[in-house]
Write a new protein. Structure first.
Length: 690
């Protein structure tokens, strides 16, 4: 029997079977060689190289799994595109894809990761001076352009999975267009023309071709393995339940093969994990060999990587994923995909300046990508949990993110890249004028822009260096002046993760009582700091052991155990707290590099609250006679969310970080402030308002 952890996940056996898996290196190389040769793309290698030589912009459309992402960079390398120290850069919308594809390609090339083949994502760089094939996130290439406007190290840039139309992909396309022009203009031999390739299995080549002045598009025919698509006869009322039923149907009726289920977010994934465990307990012992492995973006990377490990012997793996696993990735063992047809997407209302996450049906392109995850190693099946007639009604492609998000961050990046005229920037699809104006206004209020709309010095430049939402970057800068940067770093880290408290419906009262231990009468921000510090105490403080190497190990194991128990008893989401610790150490590194003074205000929380007021003044709300609050910025009538420690309190004036619309309009992450502070600390806004 494998050793099962308490939550039903296997720990050590994952490693053992992985080692066994890699034992025969020679057979493995041979297997990889044959597998590469059988990819549809292998037969068009020479033609593709010719096309790249002939055209500066090339659009490549090919079935999922045909070999675009892993093979084309290797073709270009062997055709000499990496001579004279130049590299091929490949962007991915997601970190997990950049990492896993780079690992795979390094293995295919028989090199160590970080040598010829590497990856670079925010806070994690596995490249070196000899790296010639570099996978990275699209956001990272944008940041590279800040330091090297000609992107001079690249001979070719491949924008992969362009159909996703993330805001970074869209901005990157505009930027790459400019870089191509700049390189052509430059007489310097250091800057030969930049080749640009745009790829996907499901993009509308016409849109991209037109944007690049009638660029050449090639279609690669054929897929490696067939995927059967199955639909339900009728619409499902509860797609979570339908997914559960399908998981067990496959588990009990199909012989081999792991399952990949697409869900909309962390909470849903964790609920399904619990439900799978519950149902497993009702099955006979012989049918219980099923392990669940979650993957979502806020899960720390080492934990994300667990989905790529094989399940222990005789077990079936069920990967519960958000759309993070939708494109590019190959998860070994997956033969079945369950696609309920929904995704959590950003939505932005420029008039109210309000961004929210909503659950919407996927597009056809997304459905295609999802089913593509099943046919990677052999024939597969995809269970779409909706009728075929519904599929026909789906949008062809996903609405570009740039049309549905707050643009403050993008504009800050563009300004830092020297693009001052945002309205004139050549976007593949222009965001609405109202959205641009609102975001410029927002940046101006935060002090990132000067009166003539240039990046301010030093604040705007400092803000552009921090990989955070501009309002949080500004909060960190201010906190160093208010002597509470320690506290603000924790706050920003905790605000950047999913909720740290969880309240299961069946234990609502218990969880509320537990949460009270951390509650601060001043509000949620200080409450979050209390939770973080309590967790830190458990994981870090060596109160009971002298500091030796052996004790260190024992301490780690013990503190982990204590931490888990503490999380359970206090209804705290341990994953979220760990993620916050991770983010905390990363942003701490950034602010240290920037030379900001990191000090703590100690017990003087008044100082910290004043800093919150100075930072989040755009999101302040005042109590109304009938008990509701009115948000200053938008004039909307809102209520404090029931999850807030200030719910049903009588405080007069608050700042908040989030506005959500469910049955009512709620504000979340709320702290009590004095109204007078607003006029004192943000006079430019509060005199304008009155
Ligand atoms: N990490 C991996 N482990 C095992 N096989 C892999 C791995 N990565 C890729 N492969 C194999 O290589 C094939 C081609 O993968 P590749 O990512 O290049 O395809 P693609 O055309 O870019 O697909 P997509 O459009 O879905 O990203 C996969 O179908 C799979 O068989």
């Amino acid at each position: 029997m494998p050793s099962m952890a308490q939550n039903g996940r296997v720990t050590t056996d994952f490693k053992q079977s992985n080692q066994a898996h890699n034992s025969n290196a020679f057979a493995r190389r041979e297997e990889i060689r044959q597998q590469r040769e059988s990819l549809p793309i292998a037969s068009v290698k020479e033609r593709l190289i010719e096309e790249v030589k002939k055209h500066d912009v090339l659009i490549i459309v090919g079935e999922t799994g045909s070999g675009k992402t892993t093979q084309i960079p290797q073709f270009l390398f062997s055709a000499g595109f990496c001579r004279e120290g130049k590299s091929v850069g490949i962007t991915q919308p997601r970190r997990v894809a950049a990492v896993t594809v780079a690992k795979r390609v390094a293995e295919e090339c028989g090199v160590e990761l970080g040598q010829k083949v590497g990856y670079s994502i925010r806070f994690d760089d596995r490249t070196s001076g000899v790296t010639r094939i570099k996978y990275m996130t699209d956001g990272l290439l944008l940041r590279e352009a800040l330091l090297d406007p000609y992107l001079s190290r690249y001979s070719v840039v491949i924008v992969d999975e362009a159909h996703e139309r993330t805001v970074h992909t869209d901005v990157l396309l505009g930027l790459l267009k400019n870089v191509q022009k700049a390189r052509l203009k430059s007489q310097d031999r250091k800057f030969p023309p930049l080749k640009l390739i745009i790829m996907s299995a499901s993009l509308d080549a016409r849109v991209f071709s037109e944007y690049f002045g009638g660029a050449r598009a090639v279609h690669i025919q054929g897929r490696q393995h067939p995927v059967d698509i199955l639909y339900t006869l009728y619409p499902e009322k509860d797609y979570v339940d339908a997914a559960l039923v399908t998981i067990f149907q496959i588990h009990l009726e199909e012989r081999h093969g792991d399952i990949l289920v697409f869900l909309t977010g962390q909470e849903e994934i964790e609920a399904v994990e619990r439900l799978v465990q519950e149902r497993l307990r009702q099955l006979p012992e012989s049918n219980r060999k099923l392990v669940t492995v979650p993957i979502f973006s806020s899960l720390p990377s080492e934990q994300q990587m667990r989905v790529f490990m094989p399940a222990p012997d005789g077990h079936r793996k069920v990967v519960l994923a958000t759309n993070i696993a939708e494109t590019s990735v190959t998860i070994p063992g997956i033969k079945f995909v369950i696609d309920p047809g929904f995704v959590k997407a950003r939505s932005y209302d420029p008039a109210k300046g309000m961004e929210s996450l909503i659950i919407i049906p996927t597009s056809k392109a997304q459905a295609l990508q999802r089913s593509g995850r099943a046919g990677r190693e052999g024939p597969g099946k995809c269970f779409r949990l909706y009728p075929e007639s519904e599929f026909e009604k789906l949008e062809d492609s996903t609405k570009p993110e740039i049309k549905r998000c707050n643009l403050a961050n993008v504009i800050l990046q563009l300004k830092a890249l020297g693009v001052d005229d945002i309205f004139g920037f050549d976007f593949i699809e222009k965001p609405s004028r109202a959205a641009i104006v609102k975001s410029l206004e927002h940046l101006f209020l935060l002090g990132a822009l000067t009166d003539d709309c240039k990046l301010s010095d030093p604040v705007g430049h400092q803000m552009a260096r921090l990989p955070l939402d501009p309002i949080y970057s500004k909060a960190l800068i201010l906190a160093s002046q208010f002597n509470c940067l320690e506290e603000m770093l924790i706050t920003v880290a905790m605000l950047s993760v999913d909720s740290v408290f969880y309240a299961p419906r069946e234990k609502l009262d218990e969880s509320r009582t537990a949460a009270k231990c951390f509650a601060s009468p001043d509000g949620d921000h200080i409450t979050l700091i209390n939770v973080y510090r309590a967790a830190e105490d458990l994981l870090e403080k060596r109160k009971w052991v002298p500091h030796t190497e052996r004790n260190e190990k024992i301490f780690k194991a013990k503190s982990e155990k204590i931490f888990k128990r503490w999380c359970k008893e206090n209804f705290i989401n341990g994953r979220s707290v760990r993620h916050a610790r991770d983010i905390h150490s990363q942003i701490r590194g950034h602010v240290e590099q920037m030379g900001l003074r990191i000090t703590s205000c100690g017990d003087d929380m008044l100082q910290f609250r004043r800093c919150l007021a100075a930072s989040f003044f755009i999101n302040a709300a005042l109590k109304q006679p009938e008990g509701n609050y009115r948000a200053f910025g938008t004039g909307q009538v809102v209520q404090i969310h029931p999850s807030s420690v200030l719910f049903q309190s009588k405080v007069e004036c608050v700042v908040f970080n989030e506005m959500v619309q469910t049955t009512n309009k709620y504000i979340r992450n709320v702290t009590r402030i004095e109204y007078m502070w607003l006029t004192e600390l943000a006079p430019h806004y509060y005199t304008m308002q009155s």
